[in-house]
Design a protein around this ligand. Structure first.
Ligand code: ADP
Ligand code: MG
Length: 240
């Protein structure tokens, strides 16, 4: 099953976003308020179990707000620097090495090795790769294999692009999940925010790149990202 993910209508609906935002923030806040009230009624004592619940809910609100800030972050705040995608991926994998070992996940890289640098907001781009790698890890609770490839290629309109493939041998997705990918707050995880992919699609779209996904249940998932070597600003300059 394959699907082109960059449909801007999925990302742009501000009303839908705010409604979702309100809902997702209100739920944990209601829980927190409920337990804090209990704390008051029990002479300032709180069962450690409830304490943990409250802290978890606070973490959840923080996570949602942070991810929303990522989404809302307007273009003008972009800090572009030269980025080498191979090096960035190697760094992220080093960061995740211990975590993957503990989860019995092997990783292998098939990197181009001499990719041209691109001009990009390195924090945002790094977050995209982290989101996809993190999702891959979460899709392999019993271990598996994560492969990361990079190569140079051409887009449909003959632009030179860097193609990044992130593959996992995890649980994969059914059609319903695939259809909802990128919808703000869509998650199938108990502690998910459903904002990782929304943010990632947005960042890649800003870079005039594309993301595609191909997934088979019980077999795994492949995310393929293409990023133009010459970003949008340079392209616009060339036209003038
Ligand atoms: P979250 O990780 O918080 O759930 P995301 O936006 O990162 O939010 O992902 C949304 C949903 O897409 C996940 O809950 C999961 O169902 C599905 N998904 C994303 N990546 C993968 C993957 N590599 N394998 C299986 N399912 C995935
Ligand atoms: Mg995620």
């Amino acid at each position: 099953m394959e699907k082109e993910l960059l449909r801007s209508e999925k990302l742009k609906v501000a009303g839908e976003m705010s409604a979702g935002f309100a809902h997702e923030i209100r739920n944990p806040l209601t829980t927190i308020k409920g337990f804090i009230k209990l704390f008051d009624e029990q002479d300032g004592k709180m069962n450690p179990k409830y304490y943990k619940l409250v802290m978890d809910e606070i973490d959840r609100v923080t996570k949602i707000v942070n991810e929303l800030l990522n989404i809302a972050n307007p273009n003008v705040c972009e800090e572009k620097t030269k980025v080498n995608i191979d090096r960035m991926l190697e760094n992220i994998l080093t960061l995740y090495e211990g975590h993957m070992n503990r989860h019995h996940i092997k990783s292998e890289t098939f990197l181009h090795g001499s990719l041209p640098d691109i001009e990009a907001d390195s924090n945002k781009l790094k977050q995209v790769f982290i989101n996809l790698i993190q999702n891959g890890i979460e899709a392999m609770p019993d271990g598996g294999q994560m492969n990361i490839h990079t190569k140079l290629g051409h887009s449909e309109n003959s632009e030179k692009v860097i193609v990044i493939r992130i593959e996992d041998t995890g649980e994969g997705m059914d059609k319903d999940t695939m259809d909802k990918l990128g919808t703000p707050f869509f998650t199938t995880k108990e502690t998910g925010t459903g904002l990782g992919l929304t943010t990632s699609f947005r960042v890649i779209e800003e870079m005039t790149g594309t993301i595609k996904v191909s997934s088979t249940q019980e077999k795994g998932t492949v995310f393929t990202i293409s990023i133009p070597v010459h970003g949008p600003s340079e392209e616009t300059q060339n036209k003038h």
